[in-house]
Design a protein around this ligand. Structure first.
Ligand code: GP9
Ligand code: MN
Length: 427
C-alpha cells in the first residue's frame, strides 16, 4: 500500500547522488542512440586471440581518446532469468529484475515511470526500440506500452529472408544496415534503442561470416564466442560509419552497453584456459563486468573511468546528462558521473561487489589479495544489509505495483498503455 512506497521513497532519496555540474544538461535535446551488445562481457575488450584483437573497433573507442568516449571498466550487469529483458527493464527504470522469472513477462502491466515516458513528457523526445526478433518475445509488445515507448520496430519491419537470419533472428549486419533509414525517419530528438542479437548463445555464424578462427579450448561455446563477438564488432563499426553518413553520429549521445554474460559457469574449465587462471567464485563475479561507454557531443571523453557501477545507474546518469534532476523519481541507481555516486554493485542474488571487497555466497573476499576475509568488519556487514534491503524494496515496488501510488512531480502524467500502437497491432 502507500506506506510501502513511502519506505521505498525514503530509501532511494537517501541514496540519491546530486548531479556533477560538468555534465548536467550537456546532452539536452540531443538524439540518444543506445546500443545493446548482446551477451558481451568486458573481458573481450583488448583481449587478443591468436595474436589478434577480437574487437578492434570497440577497442578503438576505448583507447583512442580522440573518439571522446568515456569507458566504465568496472561496470557490471545485474540480470537474472529475465536476461535481455532484465537489462532493458533496469536501464530504463533503475529497478532490479525479479529474483525469478522475468518482470517483463509477469509485471508487464505494472505502472512504470520509465525513461522513455519521462523524456517524452519533459523534453518532447520520441522513443523507439529496434530488434530483429518477433514482436512478443519477452512480452515486449505489452510492457513497452507501459514504459511509454512510442515506436517499436521488430521482425516485420526488416528483411527476414533466410540469408539474413540466424539463431534467434536477424543478423546484426543487416539489422544495423536496415535500421539507419528507420532512424532517419524518426521525429527528433529521439531516444533509440538498438538491440543486437547474433552474439547470443550458442554463438553461431553462417559459413564464410567468421573473420577470426575459433579459440581452441575444445568447448565449442567458448571457442565460437570470440567469432560472434568479432562479427558484432564489425557490424557496429559499419553502423557508426552509416550514422556518420546520415548525419546522425556527431551530434548524438551514443551509449553502448553489454546486457549480461554470454559464458555461464558451466564453461569454467574452458574459461580458465582463456583467462589463464582458475575461475573461482570471486573470479566468476569479476567476469560479470560488461562494457558501458558513452559519448556526449561537445564533452571531452574521460578515457577510462574506474567507478564501480552497474545497469541500475544508467537511468539517473542519462537523466542528469539531459538536465533532468533524478531526485524526483524512484531510482535505485545513482549518476555515475556524480561526486556522490554510490560505488557498490548488488547482484540479483544478494551477492555484491565494491571497490575493495566482494561478498559472494555469504563469503567476503579481498579484491586485491583475492583472499577470504575471515572476520568481516561492521562496515562490510552493514553493506550486506543495505544490499539485501535495497533488493527487497525493489521487489516490493514490482510485486505491489507501488508506482501506482507515487507522483514524481507536478509535471508527471501517468502513462496510458492504450495510447500506444506498434506495427501490426489491431486498431
Ligand atoms: C530475444 C533476445 C535474446 O529477443 O533479446 O534474449 P536473451 O536470451 O538474451 O534474454
Ligand atoms: Mn541478452
Amino acid at each position: 500500500d502507500s506506506s510501502d512506497i513511502t519506505e521505498v521513497e525514503n530509501y532511494t532519496k537517501s541514496k540519491y547522488a546530486a548531479p556533477n555540474a560538468e555534465f548536467f544538461g550537456t546532452g539536452e535535446g540531443k538524439n540518444i542512440i543506445k546500443i545493446h551488445l548482446e551477451s558481451f562481457q568486458s573481458f573481450l575488450i583488448d583481449y587478443e586471440l591468436h595474436g589478434e584483437e577480437v574487437t578492434p573497433f570497440l577497442n578503438s573507442l576505448v583507447n583512442d581518446q580522440s573518439q571522446d568516449y568515456t569507458y566504465f571498466d568496472n561496470f557490471f550487469h545485474q540480470t537474472e532469468q529475465g536476461k535481455t529483458a532484465d537489462a532493458e527493464l533496469t536501464t530504463d527504470t533503475s529497478l532490479y529484475g525479479l529474483p525469478q522469472g522475468s518482470a517483463f513477462v509477469t509485471k508487464g502491466d505494472n505502472t512504470y515511470q520509465a525513461l522513455p515516458a519521462i523524456l517524452d513528457q519533459q523534453q518532447g523526445y520520441t522513443s523507439g526500440v529496434f530488434h530483429g526478433d518477433g514482436k512478443s518475445f519477452w512480452n515486449r509488445d505489452e510492457v513497452y506500452k507501459h514504459l511509454g515507448i512510442n515506436e517499436y520496430y521488430y521482425d516485420i519491419f526488416y528483411d527476414m529472408s533466410d540469408e539474413n537470419v540466424i539463431n534467434y533472428g536477424l543478423k546484426d549486419k543487416p539489422f544495423f544496415e536496415e535500421s539507419v533509414p528507420l532512424l532517419e525517419e524518426m521525429d527528433q530528438p529521439f531516444y533509440a534503442h538498438m538491440m543486437t542479437l547474433t552474439h547470443h548463445h550458442p554463438f553461431v555464424l553462417d559459413e564464410g561470416e567468421a573473420s577470426l578462427p575459433p579459440a581452441e579450448t575444445g568447448d565449442g561455446t567458448v571457442d565460437r564466442y570470440f567469432q560472434t563477438a568479432r562479427y558484432l564488432d564489425e557490424s557496429l563499426e559499419q553502423f557508426v560509419t552509416d550514422l556518420k553518413e546520415a548525419g546522425l553520429y556527431e551530434d548524438s549521445i551514443i551509449m553502448i552497453y553489454g546486457d549480461h554474460y554470454g559464458i555461464s559457469q558451466n564453461h569454467n574449465k574452458a574459461m580458465a584456459e582463456i583467462m589463464g587462471e582458475e575461475i573461482t567464485p570471486l573470479k566468476n563475479s569479476e567476469l560479470q563486468r560488461v562494457p558501458f561507454m558513452i559519448r556526449i557531443p561537445g564533452v571531452d571523453g574521460q578515457g577510462t573511468n574506474h567507478a564501480y557501477s552497474s545497469l541500475v545507474d544508467v537511468m539517473p546518469t542519462l537523466l542528469h546528462i539531459l538536465g533532468i534532476d533524478a531526485k524526483d523519481y524512484i531510482l535505485f541507481g545513482t549518476d555515475m558521473f556524480s561526486e556522490d555516486h554510490k560505488e557498490f554493485v548488488p547482484f540479483r542474488n544478494g551477492d555484491f561487489v565494491t571497490e575493495k571487497y566482494s561478498s559472494i555466497n555469504g563469503i567476503f573476499y579481498d579484491n586485491t589479495t583475492k583472499e577470504v576475509i575471515e572476520e568481516p568488519t561492521d562496515e562490510m556487514l552493514e553493506m550486506k544489509e543495505t544490499v539485501l534491503h535495497e533488493l527487497e524494496l525493489s521487489d516490493k515496488v514490482l510485486n505491489g505495483d507501488l508506482l501506482r501510488f507515487y507522483t514524481p512531480n507536478e509535471d508527471w502524467e501517468p502513462v496510458n498503455a492504450s495510447d500506444y500502437f506498434y506495427g501490426d497491432d489491431e486498431l
